[in-house]
Write a protein that binds this ligand. Structure first.
Ligand code: V47
Ligand code: SF4
Length: 375
């Protein structure tokens, strides 16, 4: 750790506090976001990451599947969604979803399927149950991380169930955990401006609380780089930290950088620098002291910034992905997927030891061409 860099920083008092194991306050978080001293903040975050995970950095062999882009919410930052009947709108049938996974299996024995989609106004609840059980029948050892808290609220609605009962039915059909999407920024002011139809921040947190209470783990995200203030970002992080204190159910936090192209917010997006990305990763690591991992989704950050973020507090580099629509329809220039060899090399170049994990962060050990086995 470069103590000279830390001690000379205008935010040295906050960084020292964090390194001494003290929890950062709202005011600390705001000062960090307002600071330009990205390297000192990153240095402290890297030290916290090192204390939690040593020289290991994690990655997962996964495939993303977006089962439909039809969505009744039509968030203003979203270039992915379509209205029913609009050009480009699609719904994958359950056999098509299974086929997407099957066609990849010979080549890549993924340990996770990451499944998210829009809020389809007419698909019945049975579609989602059938999707999970068909995938589970075909790939019994694969973890199904599916449906954001926003989708879960919608599914509970169409099923006429409360959230907990809905989650139990989905789990019986094969659901393994929930991805972290849909959190955006919790502040009402922000939601009103960027996603007025979406469930509130409180509702998002309530869905996650219910999931954690029945033993389902989840991820959490924050969408940054649109019209949110430093205060709103810090409030978001603190609300996540508070729920994590209560349930311990979050596996990781993923900061998602807004991609403006083809969205209705394109006009207001100031370009976000690589330094802003690194600062967000580092502050997340410092504020979320009770989250095991900060994950970088290289699809959104870009491969190079995601690689550097491994020295700014990130401990997880997600993943092989294979096919991605949400960010690419919003102008992302990243590839659709990375090979395992690419990911391992990127982590090694960052000076860390790549460790394959499953969704629950258990180490995966593979014999050649066999189902991933958990150690
Ligand atoms: O909720 C939508 C975001 C999320 C845009 O849990 C956009 O491991 C940037 O949550 N620019 C879905 N972001 C994706 C997501 C995710 C991704 C990877 C891993 C995990 C995980 C979760 O994508 C949405 C929204 O926040 N999003 N549009 C856009 N134009
Ligand atoms: Fe629908 Fe999700 Fe896109 Fe919002 S972000 S329009 S909820 S698909």
């Amino acid at each position: 750790m470069n103590t000279d860099l830390l001690e000379k920083s205008p935010v040295a008092d906050i960084l020292r506090k964090s390194l001494n194991g003290q929890r950062l306050t709202f005011e600390d978080g705001v000062r960090l976001f307002e600071s330009d001293d990205v390297n000192a903040i990153g240095c402290a975050a890297n030290e916290i990451r090192r204390r939690k995970h040593g020289e290991r950095a994690y990655y997962i062999v996964n495939r993303h599947i977006n089962y439909t882009d039809v969505c009744k919410n039509r968030c203003r930052f979203c270039a992915f969604s379509r209205s029913e009947g609009e050009e480009g709108a699609y719904v994958l049938s359950v056999p098509e979803i299974v086929e997407k996974a099957r066609e990849l299996w010979a080549e890549l024995q993924f340990s996770e399927l990451h499944i998210v989609g829009g809020l389809h106004p007419t698909l019945p609840f049975s579609y989602y149950l059938d999707m999970l059980s068909a995938l589970k029948a075909e790939f019994p050892g694969v973890h199904l991380q599916a449906f954001t808290a926003v989708e879960i609220a919608h599914l509970a609605d169409i099923a006429g169930l409360n959230v907990e009962a809905c989650l139990i039915k989905l789990r019986e059909a094969g659901l393994g955990s929930l991805p972290g999407g849909g959190a955006e920024v919790f502040a009402d002011r922000v939601r009103e401006a960027i996603c007025p139809e979406k469930i509130s921040g409180d509702d998002w947190l309530d869905v996650m609380r219910s999931a954690h209470q029945i033993g389902l783990k989840s991820n959490a995200t924050m969408l940054y780089g649109h019209l949110e203030t430093a205060e709103e970002k810090v409030e978001h992080l603190i609300r996540l930290r508070k729920l994590q204190d209560e349930t311990g159910g979050f596996l990781c936090f993923i900061p998602l950088r807004f991609h403006p192209e083809n969205t209705r917010l394109a006009h207001l997006a100031a370009p976000i620098s690589g330094l802003d990305d690194l600062k967000t990763v580092a502050i997340s690591r410092l504020m979320l002291d009770n989250f095991p991992h900060i994950k970088v989704f290289w699809i959104m950050l870009g491969v190079k910034v995601a690689q550097v973020a491994l020295s700014y507090g990130a401990s997880d580099f997600d993943g092989t992905v294979v096919e991605e629509k949400i960010t690419h329809r919003a102008g992302a220039a990243t590839p659709q997927g990375l090979t395992v060899e690419d990911i391992r090399r990127l982590i090694e170049e960052a000076g860390l030891a790549p460790v394959e994990r499953n969704t629950l962060y258990e180490e995966v050990r593979r014999a050649d061409n066999r189902m991933p086995a958990v150690s």
